[in-house]
Design a protein around this ligand. Structure first.
Ligand SMILES: [Zn+2]
Length: 72
């Protein structure tokens, strides 16, 4: 079971009914609910959207809100 932070319990909890999702920017995330208070929890995983090198713009999808940059 993945763990996440519940803002309502203000504590780390195991994420119940965890479902892995891939967001539009290619990052993976875990979506589920708090086993204590049923608040929706969302944990963003590292995924593949890691910058290749420091100082360089990531060649993968840019963050939402930014215009896409040509990468070649
Ligand atoms: Zn909770």
């Amino acid at each position: 079971m993945p763990e996440g932070y519940c803002v309502k319990c203000k504590a780390k909890k195991e994420i119940a009914n965890a479902v892995e999702e891939v967001m539009k920017n290619g990052r993976k995330a875990i979506k589920g609910t708090c086993p204590t208070c049923s608040t929706v929890m969302f944990k963003i995983l590292g995924g593949k959207a890691t910058p290749p090198a420091a100082g360089g713009a990531p060649s993968t999808s840019p963050p939402a809100g930014n215009p896409p940059t040509p990468s070649n």
